[in-house]
Design a binder for this molecule. Sequence first.
Ligand code: ATP
Length: 835
Amino acid sequence: MKIAILTSGGDSAGMNAVVRAVVKVGILKQVYNLTSYLLLLTNFSRGCETWVVREGYEGLVRGNTEALSEQSLDEEPVDLPDNTSPDGTSFNLIHNLRFGDGDLLKDGTGDHPGTRSLKGRYIVRVGFDDVRAWFAEGGTLIGTARSKTFRTPEGRLQAAYNMIKEGLDALVVCGGDGSLTGADVFRAEWPKLVEALQSEGRITAEKAKLHAHLRIVGLVGSIDNDMSMTDLTIGAPTALHRICEAIDNINSTATSHSRAFVLEVMGRHCGWLALLAGVSGGADFIFIPERPPTSESWEDEICECIHRHREVGKRKTIVIVAEGATDRDLNPIKADHVKDVLTERLGLDTRVTTLGHTQRGGRPCAYDRVLPTLQGMEAVETLLEATPTSPSYMIGIQENKITRVPLMEAVAMTRAVSAAIEAKDFEKAMSYRDPEFKESFEGFLKISTLDQEKVPETQRMRVALMHMGAPAGGMNAATRAAVRYCIRHGHTPIAVHNGFRGLLDDEVHGLSWLGVDSWTARGGSELGTNRTLPSVDLGAVAAKFQEHQFHALLMIGGFETFNSLLIMEEGRRHYPAFHIPMVHLPATISNNVPMTEWSLGSDTSLNALVDACDAIKQSASASRNRVFVVETQGGKCGYLATVGALATGASLVYTPEQGMDLDTLRRDVRFLKTRYKLDAKGRSEGRLVIKNEVASQVYTTDVMQKMLKEEGGTLFDARSASLGHTLQGGVPSPMDRARAVRLSLKCMAFLEREHVKLLQQPVKARHATPDSAAIITIQSSSLKWVPVQEMVAHADMQNRRGKNPWWANIKELAELLAGRPQLIGIHSKDLAQYE
Ligand code: ATP
């Protein structure tokens, strides 16, 4: 199959990662079953051929007016002779390695006159190495444009002609709802376009038959996260990073001067960025298109809210306004107007910051590297499976599951949101967004305003809040949300400092609404944390529960927390004080809590790893031929190393689960040697090898580095870097903060429900069921409560990790994207010419 990919509409971070994945996976033509995370390397005998279309649909319409051979070239493209090896394998990848335009596309020197140029060539064949290291770049290297011509039938006819001329039969489109609609229109019209081209004599009957059907798949690239039927669009997480960085910076100056800041963020029809920035940035008030203020006068509403915050002692005010925010009569609400209201009515020193295009730019965050890579792979698979009658699909994501949804259904639902807003049916607009959106909005109200929703006095609880294990990004945000939920509902939040050790030492204090205000963006653990288990003195722990009259317990932490919960649940047989609802909210950079696919902190650490590796890779690349062995934390759990390898484009990864042996190392050295031999002369790059700190007791990072240095000879040099505690990250990522709020509020609601159930039992004989000691988990596409006893069967207690992690096959996937399996298989006679 000959696949072309284009990016269209507004650019977004992560688009390059999509292009990279589609090109690489297309060439390798592998089938990756994301549903079961099972890697099936089916048929390498013939990979797909891959093209990029420059400048979106406009490039498709313009096509190639100048042939490559007519240009003045300073370097011949690497297009090797057709001499297939006996099994067909090695030839295929070597042949598809480079077509020579990767650097021009990457450096944006495509139309440079006088040298090798892309001038007059919009549909460009690319090879495996042409897209190397693209995903650390922001925007889209193949360019995007809005094409008026493609909107016309004549334009689409020309686009169809150009595709057939280049022999293309499949198209991947990455863009917003307009771009995806364009893709669907194109596909629906395709048979007629082919017929017209044949009747006009522009293509032969044979070509018409060969190109009777067009395969199309859509990926959503949009910083607004405005597409229905997917939780996230490519580029939205990075934009959220940019906004939160700005809020964090503004927060300090706002506090210093006791100022108010009104931030305008992008989002014409979708308030996702404003909402999530509000949740993760700890804003006081937000304006979003889907849910305008409900009262007659929004000016009164915001003033009342901010006034109350100031009255309890808040020194700063952050208001976030989405670009498309309106009041309930659809009159636009603009940042300047909000500023005037706050200045005139409340006398606040108020400033406006419009973030504008800074939100689009910059290096993609970890999520915008992993998600587009997985979605790009799914896109290729979708194309391979497409039939003339199957609908065009859009690739989405639900929680942690890559999905395929009918493209036009998603576009129609997205448009229905705008229509509902225009019709002032805001309930309907909210209902068309994914459930998480609505939950996040309700969550924002719960934790940001001083409104009260007190439960009956008899149902009020004293809730103990505790951190355990190593600090992880999001722990403090989760605690802040829990404290504010408690206060809103009339419960008493109680901080237990320094875990069970602190409890035994009576380090127990009340927490206030204002006291936790700035915790959202703080890394580390505000409560203090350690690894002491309650078994240190279970009886004394129970006595402290009784003494402080805890009615419920929320513990935030990693594997130790699960273990502690288990110990206390089992302790219920002897200690009545443990007959209270108890929950564990997983938070650990190792992501080693069984059954949950994400823990708080796991995104922050991934971003810390990506940041460090980008810098290391730069240094490794500068010296052209350096392999860096990067050591990660993670205990005996390979999450950080494996998903980190996918997010950084590492060539090899070593995990404790898979271990290391001499045979593998020998093959890996062979792979690296082959890889460096195949690099274009003078264009070798630095490469990363990611190794978990305990992947092997014998082949340590030091041994690995020395071995690679020795074996690399003149081909490559080797260095090492141990990232250690830097991976705990400084400031928690916005995804971790938002997830922390959402999960923490769910934990609090769980504790409330279970407490009410207990209250129905006689006081002296209250007996909590095993279900009331549970862990909140993210599993595939949903959130699930798992009773601690049930989790035991899924835990590898000795190695302190889950038994079937979702990333088990990501190691192969990361190495596959580096071409390891194929390069190892290359016959030495094929390599001879590169020696
Ligand atoms: P963003 O959300 O960033 O605006 P978008 O994909 O919605 O992205 P649009 O400008 O709506 O951006 O569409 C991008 C391109 O897709 C258009 O310039 C046009 O070439 C093509 N396109 C959009 N709608 C159609 C359509 N109905 N028929 C044909 N082509 C279309």
